[in-house]
Design a protein. Structure first.
Ligand code: FMN
Length: 207
């Protein structure tokens, strides 16, 4: 299900007016501005003190938008591309945010929900940098992303979140992701919704 920006903004406004927003308490602001990118971290593939940074590009995508961007991130970084695959895939009904009882609404209303994921990176210890891609759901990352993080020891790693959305920014995304990867360092989430291949290559080489 591909959601146009207009459709989503309309849907959110309607939900907010009706008092049935999915996550409760989050900013309902489709025009939220993207914060400036954090600097200082070495880009993937670069050498740091003679050691080449090894990169993983892990992403969750329910309808393919983030998947396409993740492929471009992997191309730009030369990193290994891995899909975060839920045990139970999300179907159209699961993704219906108009329905308070839909799977995504129920999961996102309970930030402690941890939908099972199949994906395990056996050699996670070998990676220095993890690009982490996801769609924004109710202003944060889907909780299936938390499941993935919590299944791996990411201590000491640099996590570079990126996302696609129907118009909103990352909201409180980091507040909910950070506790799932203790000891990891997170960069500011990057909005790749409208990013071209050239934009993504520029972002990767500049960070
Ligand atoms: C359950 C659900 C909640 C969503 N919540 C938001 C939101 O809070 N803000 C927003 O801009 N877009 C929201 N969207 C739209 C998606 O972020 C957007 O369509 C995204 O590009 C989909 O990525 P994907 O194709 O990789 O799954 C939501 C979509 C779904 C299915």
């Amino acid at each position: 299900m591909k959601l146009s920006r207009k459709e989503f903004v309309f849907a959110v406004s309607a939900a907010a007016l009706a008092g049935c927003g999915g996550s409760g308490g989050n900013d309902v602001n489709g025009a939220e501005k993207e914060p400036p990118a954090a600097g200082g971290a070495p880009a993937a593939g670069k050498e740091v003190k003679g050691k080449k940074m090894k990169t993983l590009v892990a992403y969750f995508s329910a309808t393919g938008t983030t998947k396409a961007k993740a492929a471009l991130v992997a191309k730009a970084t030369g990193g290994r591309l891995v899909e975060i695959t839920p045990e139970k895939p999300y179907n159209r009904e699961d993704l219906d945010w108009h329905n308070k009882q839909s799977r995504s609404s129920v999961e996102m209303n309970d930030k402690k929900s941890r939908p099972a994921v199949k994906t395990r990176i056996a050699d996670i210890a070998d990676y220095d940098v993890v690009y982490l891609g996801f769609p924004i759901w109710w202003y944060v990352a889907p909780t299936v992303v938390n499941t993935f993080l919590e299944a791996h020891d990411l201590k000491g790693k640099k996590i570079v979140p990126f996302f696609t959305s129907g118009g909103s920014g990352a909201g409180k995304t980091l507040d909910y992701l950070k506790p799932s990867a203790p000891g990891a360092t997170f960069e500011t989430p990057k909005n790749l919704t409208d990013a071209s291949e050239t934009d993504i290559a520029g972002w990767v080489s500049g960070r």
